[in-house]
Write a protein that binds this ligand. Structure first.
Ligand code: AKG
Ligand code: FE2
Length: 329
């Protein structure tokens, strides 16, 4: 099957077709993802889908087990802290147990089906702000374990939630374009981090999140111009990384592994060449005290949904951005 058969700019909302990047996104978050994945360069040759892993083969955790686990602090190894500081991402083992992943994956399946139905082959289907109406997703979004890790890794006294997300790369969906999230978050800080939590194991052919190593990588590509219509930015970043021998980590994820990538980290993900959806929950945190930039762009997507009532330049602390993590002493 061909990947991303409709690689065109017609995924841009009418109002966003003209002009540059300095404009508000006119669609919702799903519209944004449907557009965004068209900016990735994909192989044109049809590729066979292979069997992918399903849900973890264990009984799901109960409500109490899940709440207890997500409240417990995670003992962060000093080498992991150092790796995050140096490389702008880190992958941590056993942040979630298999029963907790199973429980969350089952709930996520229900939520995605309710929102997007079954006819999703080849798409990147997303959900956001699940924590506002689902108890299990609230336990994840407000989790002191996850929020605490975000605060520790950023080395900030307190972090607020920007949004939660579900990212379902359906069978046959192509690559996620190279990017770094500082461009996506309309914040006057790069002290922001996303916890990416796979809902199954993720082998290489399923499109695990992949990271360019190093905090300064964005200097290597700072001169490349973003293009809202074609895959040229994705291609130029890939080419530049190859020319300058930027190391890219692209490893499978095991059940319970969670990666944390800084807003400075350049990342991508391969196509999902399996018969199972590649699903992850992703929660983004930022340093308490951060302000919204003066001029959010198209790439900031549906940011007003995540910071309701906050104006450009204002303090990023709406009622939907509670403090959810604190650094330990
Ligand atoms: O799940 C993906 O493929 C992309 C996710 C991503 O870019 C992010 O969480 O920052
Ligand atoms: Fe990202």
């Amino acid at each position: 099957m061909a990947l991303n058969p409709d690689v065109t700019n017609d995924r841009l909302p009418e109002q966003n077709r003209g002009g540059g990047l300095e404009q508000d996104w006119a669609g919702d978050d799903q519209d944004w993802w449907d557009w965004y994945v068209t900016l990735a360069k994909n192989e044109e040759t049809p590729t066979e889908l292979v069997a992918g892993p399903g849900l973890p083969d264990v009984a799901p955790a109960s409500d109490e087990e899940l709440a207890r686990e997500l409240a417990e602090p995670y003992d962060l190894d000093p080498t992991a802290r150092e790796a995050f500081r140096r490389e702008a991402f880190v992958r941590l083992p056993a942040v979630l147990s298999a029963p907790v992943v199973r429980r969350l994956a089952e709930r996520l399946e229900e939520l995605l089906r309710a929102e997007h139905g079954d006819d999703v082959a080849g798409r990147f289907t997303a959900l956001e702000q699940m924590w506002l109406h689902d108890d299990l997703m609230r336990a994840v979004a407000l989790s002191p374990r996850l929020g605490g890790l975000a605060a520790e890794l950023l080395d900030e006294p307190a972090v607020r939630i920007y949004h939660d997300n579900a990212l379902s790369k359906e069978p046959g969906c192509g690559r996620t374009p190279w990017h770094h999230d500082a461009e996506h978050f309309p914040l006057q800080t790069v002290q922001a981090v996303t916890a990416w939590m796979p809902m199954s194991s993720i082998p290489g052919r399923m499109g695990p999140l992949s990271f360019a190593r190093g905090r300064d990588v964005r200097d290597e590509v700072a001169d490349l111009e973003f293009d809202k219509v074609t895959s040229s930015y994705d291609e130029s970043v890939a080419q530049r990384f190859a020319e300058r021998q930027v190391a890219v980590e692209s490893h499978p994820f095991a059940v319970g592994d969670v990666s944390f990538h800084s807003a400075l980290c350049f990342h991508t993900a391969g196509p999902n060449l399996t018969t199972q959806p590649r699903r992850a929950l992703a929660t983004t945190y930022f340093a308490d005290g951060a302000r919204v930039v003066e001029s959010p762009t198209l790439i900031s997507g549906a940011w007003r949904d995540f910071l309701p009532g906050v104006q450009p330049g204002g303090l990023a602390a709406s009622e939907l951005n509670p403090v959810v993590g604190r650094r330990r002493a």
